[in-house]
Design a protein around this ligand. Structure first.
Ligand code: UD1
Ligand code: CA
Length: 453
């Protein structure tokens, strides 16, 4: 144990549900929101809230999911719930795995990706302030099947009633249970030991620990967050809703931090997209994972950017594609129908039209003309192309890697370059032009049988 017992925080993530409504061969919680599997959102949430250990409850037979989780959290991080007897029973399934955890324990879910770490921190703070149980609630637009948080006259949380067990009066309550519940680990398990399945669903409800704690004379606290933060995913439609909620949230955050999104609803961000202030993002731009844009980058319309770093003042697009390993230097330009992959453009380099720059380096201020292709692949291996600073590659040139164009060198248009070009040299590698004066006149005369003169 690395932390003293009273500040230790642990998390259990429930993911034993079969997720049949996804109609998928992929386990539900491996479906992605903003480029990250939902289970990883929950694991990252637990980590950001300071939880260690983290235990995920799965059902037997979810091998692909178990492998994914152990890959992220290590062996022994998965507990199995053999029969799904309710959320309380699911948490109890983790008791053995968490037997060393003496501090606070929070229950999270593998299918609720957008909960903010601050909300979990608030629950832990409520426990630190003496609450027996802390519950994350939200005001539901349509309370429907959610459990209702019943407060007492002083605003303390008295109990949670499941919709199926609720009276008409209780069903009118709009403050609902997100499912996220925290308690000191020992108290959580001892209260769960008292939970029965005598209710409408015949399940062991985790939510019953609230009323049990209250009956034992303890105080409970409800923490309230936004409904969009606790969106649960059971179907592809809800998966799309979670993605949309993330996009709306992240676009707003970026704009508030000083990024211009000309048409925010058309810009798609990944979970880790970083865009510095004073960048301008035009309409219809898609960011895959792993993108960092420094300040004053201008991304023009219809660009697709993934796994790329772009330095200050660069201009990307319209219609540009940056693939993983693209490193674009300050004030460099990547124009229309240009693809950059695993290649570095130094400051002020220009690749403005219709080019492929894969596996290479383009020095400061170098200019690759329209249709320059780095021929990086021989069918077996990838090879490097290096273009020195200030070099000029004429349009429609193929640079056959491995090859180096020296600093300040020129490559004539239409060349196929297979050998290194020294600094400041000119290399032409194309058919020599032939010229026959008056040939066309003679040709036409022959073909038509008439003289043109
Ligand atoms: C639960 C809450 C309800 C809350 C709602 C929010 C209980 C009793 N009720 O209801 O108050 O408003 O969540 O969505 O907790 N799971 C297991 N094993 C089980 C049962 C469930 O792992 O035996 C997992 C499921 O994978 C699911 C989650 O726990 O992700 C919630 O279970 P579910 O049965 O959907 O609970 P709800 O009826 O939605
Ligand atoms: Ca549910």
């Amino acid at each position: 144990m690395t932390q003293p017992a009273q500040t230790q925080r642990a998390a259990v993530i429930l993911a034993a549900g079969k997720g049949t409504r996804m109609k998928s061969s992929l386990p539900k919680v491996l479906h992605e929101v903003a480029g990250k599997p939902m289970i990883d959102w929950s694991i990252d949430l637990a980590r950001r809230a300071g939880c260690d250990p983290i235990c995920v409850v799965c059902s037997p037979g979810q091998e692909e999911l178990v492998a994914h989780i152990e890959n992220r959290l290590g062996a022994g991080s998965v507990a199995f719930q053999h029969e799904q007897l309710g959320t309380g029973h699911a948490v109890q399934s983790a008791a053995e795995a968490l037997s060393g955890a003496g501090g606070s324990l929070v229950v999270l879910y593998g299918d609720t990706p957008l909960i903010r770490p601050e909300a979990v921190q608030d629950l832990f703070a409520a426990l630190d302030a003496g609450a027996a149980v802390g519950v994350l609630g939200f005001h539901a637009r349509e309370p429907g099947a959610y459990g209702r948080l019943i407060l007492d006259d002083a605003g303390a949380l008295a109990r949670i009633v499941e919709a199926k067990d609720a009276s008409a009066e209780e069903l009118a309550v709009t403050l609902c249970n997100s499912g996220v519940i925290a308690a000191p680990a020992e108290k959580m398990f001892s209260l769960l030991g008292q939970v029965t399945n005598e209710n409408a669903k015949g399940e062991y409800y985790l939510t019953d620990i609230v009323g049990l704690a209250r009956a034992a004379g303890h105080r409970n606290t409800a923490v309230v967050c936004a409904e969009d933060d606790v969106l649960g995913v059971n179907s592809r439609v809800q998966l799309a809703e979670a993605n949309a909620a993330f996009q709306a949230r992240r676009r707003r955050e970026l704009m508030e931090s000083g990024v211009t999104l000309v048409a925010p609803e058309t810009v798609f961000l990944s979970h880790d997209t970083e865009i510095a202030p004073d960048c301008v993002i035009e309409p219809n731009v898609v960011f895959g994972p792993g993108v960092v844009l420094a300040s004053h980058v201008h991304v023009r319309a219809f660009s697709h950017i993934e796994g790329a770093h772009v330095a200050s003042g660069a201009v990307i697009g319209p219609y540009a594609r940056l693939r993983p390993g693209a490193e674009v230097g300050a004030k460099a330009r990547v124009g229309n129908f240009v693809e950059i992959k695993n290649a570095r453009l130094e400051e002020g380099a220009k690749v403005n039209h219709l080019s492929y720059v894969g596996d290479g380096f383009v020095g400061a201020g170098a200019n690759l003309g329209a249709g320059t292709i780095f021929c990086n692949y021989d069918g077996y291996n990838k090879h490097q192309t290096r273009v020195g600073a200030g070099a000029f590659v004429g349009s429609n040139s193929a640079l056959v890697a491995p090859v180096t164009i020296g600093k300040g060198a020129y490559v004539g248009s239409g060349s196929v370059i297979t050998e290194d070009v020294p600094e400041d040299a000119l290399s032409l590698a194309r058919g020599k032009q032939v010229l026959r004066e008056g040939w066309a006149i003679r040709y036409r005369a022959k073909m038509t049988g008439e003289s043109e003169e």
